[in-house]
Write a protein that binds this ligand. Sequence first.
Ligand code: SF4
Length: 175
Amino acid sequence: MKIRVLRIVPDTIVDGPGLRTSIYCAGCAHHCPGCHNPQTWDFAAGTPMTPQEISDAVMAESPDSGITFTGGDPLYQAEAFAELAKLIKTAFPQKTIWCYTGFLFEEILSDEKMKKLLPWLDVLVDGPFVMALRDTKNLRFRGSSNQRLVDVPASLRAGHVVEWESGNEAAPFAK
Ligand code: SF4
């Protein structure tokens, strides 16, 4: 099982708290008007990499960073990303994993393939980008106000969405 990777960007500070390594995958069918990355929509773009190859690359480049899955939409390749997340969390349980998606948490939870990724995530930034709700000044880590920062472990325990609170930003690897 391979993931089509567009690029791996170390030490970014915009895709979640602290220093993070962002893994950009190819492919998104949401086609949100105003999307900042339409060049990532093509499912045939990028380089196919196994979860192990990506994990090795990430560890070699930024052993201390958190991890962010983005794209494109990683949920179209959820099973492979679940495998990648498992590798990362098994080797480095202290690393937090954030994931961006145009799907809603509830949609992911009701889909057999997509929901396999959820147990490995710390935060899911969910929902499509909506131009009319864009707020570049006040929103952190998301583009439009409909998007939620979902605390995934708390939401799975509660059975409904619990939003992430930014109290752990000073210690991005703490859980
Ligand atoms: S989900 Fe994200 S990548 Fe996909 S079209 Fe919307 S904003 Fe762009």
